[in-house]
Write a protein that binds this ligand. Structure first.
Ligand code: GLN
Length: 495
C-alpha cells in the first residue's frame, strides 16, 4: 500500500482546516490506516505539551488524539507564540529559540523550513498517511516567496491539496475562485478539490452554485459539511465568547478576564460545558459582573497583561470580591500575578531587560522569569482536600516562583513535588497546572471548593471523544472518503 499525504488549506483563518484534519484523522484511523496529523507552522498561544516535554500547537494534540496517538513534537515543528504587538516567541521542534519580530522571522524561515521538512519526513516514514494542515490562507501573495506554511510546503513535498471555505461567513464562491486564481499553475494543479464548511439550510438551493464552481474551476466539490449545532472542539487561538451551552441551571458564576496575551484558554472549556457553571468572559472596556469565583488565566506576557488588568479595574474588583467572601483561582501567569513581585531580568516577555512589576500582592510569592522554559505533563493528587483526589495537567512557563513563608500547597505531584498554593482562609488557589479542570475528580473537587455542593459529573475527555466522533460521522456522510484516499494515492504515484 502506498503511503500518502494530503494538505488541507483554507481560504481564510477559521475556515475549518483544523476540524477537517481532525475528522480525516479519525476516519482514516477507523479504517485501520495509521495516520498522523502535521502542521508545519502554527501561530497560537494555546499550546500543548508532549510526554517528552516539548511544546506544540493545541490543534495537533487534538488531531493526534483523533488518530489514536499521543501528541509528538514532529506533528508541529514550528510554533509562533505572539508576545508583543510586533513579535513572537519562536519554538522549533518543541523548544523556544528566542523572540523575533515579523521581519526577523521572515529571514529565519529558511532555517525553520529545514526543521519542518525534517519532522514531516520522519512522520511520512513512520505512518501510512499524513494529513497536513495549512495556516491562514495560501493566497497571501506578499508572503508567498518564503512560504513554509501553505503552498510553499505542499510544493516542497509534492502533495495534493484540498481548499476549504466557510459558507457561514458568506462569499464562499468568491473566496474559492479568488484563492485558486491567485495560485501559480503548479499550485493549482495540486488542488484536488474543494470542501464547503458550515452549511445550513437546503442543499438543493446550493446545487446551482456548486455546478457553476466546478464548471468555472474544473475542480470538484468533494463535500459540503453541515453546520454542526453546538459543536465544540478545543479551538486553537480564538477565544470564543459565545456560551457553549444554551439552557443553564447554573448555580456557580465564574468570571474570567480576557487579556491581550491570554494563553491556554481551553483551560476553562470543561467549566463552560459543565451544567452547574455559568462562565462569563470579560474583555476590554466591559463591566465586570459579580462572581462567585474569578479565574485569572495564563498569559504569554504577564507584566503587560497585569498592567491591562489594573487599567480595567481588576485590582479593586478583586479586593472587593475577596472581602465579600468570593473565591479566586490563578493559573500559571494568573497565579504569578497574584504574587508580590514579577521579575523579567532577561526581557523574555518584553522588549527590555530587567522589567519588574508588583503583583496583586495576594500570595506571599515572587516570580522570576528564567531562561529555561518548563514543559511538563503532570499527574498527582490535590493536596488541600481530605479525600484523595486525582488531578492532571501540564506546565508551560519560564517563571520560577518562590514563597516568602510556609504555605499550604495545591497539589502533590507523582514525583513527590508539592505545587501551587491555597490560602489559609481558603479563598485563593494558585497553580501552575494548565488543564486543571479536565480530570473529572479534580473538577468535582474544585467546584465543591468553590461552593457547589452536589456538582454533576463531567468527563472532558469523554466529551471530546464523542464530539470527534460526531464530526467524523458527519464528514463520512458528506465526503466520499474512500474515493478521496484513492485520489491521494493516485496523486502520489503519478508525481
Ligand atoms: N502559561 C503561562 O501562563 C506562562 C506564564 C509566564 N508567561 C511564564 O512563562 O512563566
Amino acid at each position: 500500500m502506498t503511503a500518502f499525504s494530503l494538505m488541507i488549506q483554507g481560504t481564510t483563518s477559521d475556515a475549518g482546516k483544523s476540524t477537517l484534519v481532525t475528522a480525516l484523522c479519525r476516519l482514516l484511523a477507523r479504517r485501520g490506516i495509521q495516520v498522523a496529523p502535521f502542521k508545519p507552522q502554527n501561530m497560537a498561544l494555546n499550546s500543548a505539551v508532549t510526554h517528552d516535554g516539548n511544546e506544540i500547537g493545541r490543534a495537533q494534540a487534538v488531531q493526534a488524539y483523533a488518530a489514536g496517538l499521543a501528541p509528538h513534537v514532529d506533528m508541529n515543528p514550528i510554533l509562533l507564540k505572539p508576545n508583543t504587538d510586533t513579535g513572537a516567541q519562536v519554538i522549533i521542534q518543541g523548544k523556544a529559540v528566542g523572540n523575533m519580530n515579523a521581519v526577523g522571522y521572515h529571514e529565519y524561515k529558511n532555517i525553520a523550513k529545514v526543521a519542518a521538512l525534517d519532522s514531516y519526513h520522519r512522520l511520512a516514514e513512520q505512518y501510512q498517511a499524513v494529513i497536513i494542515e495549512g495556516a491562514g490562507s495560501p493566497a497571501e501573495i506578499n508572503l508567498r516567496a518564503r512560504d513554509i506554511a501553505n503552498m510553499g510546503f505542499a510544493e516542497s513535498i509534492d502533495c495534493p491539496v484540498i481548499i476549504i471555505a466557510d459558507i457561514d461567513k458568506g462569499g464562499v464562491f468568491a473566496h474559492l475562485v479568488g484563492t485558486l486564481d491567485l495560485l501559480s499553475q503548479s499550485e493549482q494543479d495540486r488542488v484536488i478539490g474543494f470542501v464547503i464548511n458550515r452549511f445550513r439550510g437546503d442543499i438543493s438551493l446550493l446545487q446551482s452554485g456548486l455546478d457553476w464552481l466546478e464548471e468555472r474551476t474544473g475542480k470538484p466539490v468533494l463535500g459540503v459539511l453541515p453546520f454542526l449545532k453546538g459543536f465544540h472542539l478545543e479551538s486553537e487561538d480564538a477565544v470564543t465568547k459565545s456560551p457553549i451551552k444554551t439552557d443553564t441551571n447554573a448555580t456557580l458564576n465564574i468570571v474570567i478576564p480576557i487579556m491581550p496575551r491570554t494563553s491556554n484558554h481551553t483551560d476553562w472549556d470543561a467549566l463552560r460545558l459543565h451544567p452547574d457553571v455559568q462562565v462569563t468572559l470579560v474583555g476590554a472596556n466591559e463591566t465586570i459582573p459579580p462572581a462567585d469565583l474569578v479565574i485569572l488565566p495564563g498569559s504569554k506576557s504577564v507584566q503587560s497583561d497585569l498592567a491591562f488588568l489594573r487599567q480595567e479595574g481588576w485590582q479593586d474588583y478583586l479586593k472587593k470580591h475577596l472581602r465579600y467572601g468570593g473565591k479566586v483561582i490563578g493559573i500559571c501567569g494568573g497565579y504569578q500575578m497574584l504574587g508580590e513581585q514579577l521579575r523579567d531580568p532577561l526581557g523574555l516577555e518584553n522588549q527590555h531587560a530587567n522589567t519588574n512589576a508588583p503583583g496583586f500582592g495576594l500570595i506571599p510569592m515572587e516570580t522570576v522569569l528564567e531562561k529555561d522554559k518548563q514543559l511538563k505533563q503532570r499527574q498527582g493528587t490535590l493536596a488541600f482536600t481530605t479525600k484523595s483526589t486525582d488531578v492532571t495537567g501540564y506546565e508551560i512557563h519560564s517563571g520560577v516562583s518562590r514563597f516568602s513563608q510556609n504555605v499550604m500547597h495545591f497539589s502533590a505531584l507523582e514525583n513527590g513535588e508539592k505545587e501551587g498554593y491555597v490560602s489559609d482562609d481558603n479563598q485563593i488557589i494558585g497553580t501552575y497546572l494548565h488543564g486543571v479542570f479536565d480530570h473529572p475528580d479534580a473538577l468535582h473537587a474544585l467546584l465543591n471548593w468553590a461552593g457547589v455542593d452536589h456538582a454533576a459529573t463531567f468527563d472532558y475527555d469523554q466529551y471530546r471523544n464523542s464530539e470527534i466522533d460526531r464530526l467524523a460521522d458527519s464528514a463520512e456522510q458528506h465526503i466520499n472518503i474512500d474515493a478521496l484516499i484513492k485520489t491521494c494515492r493516485a496523486f502520489q504515484k503519478s508525481n
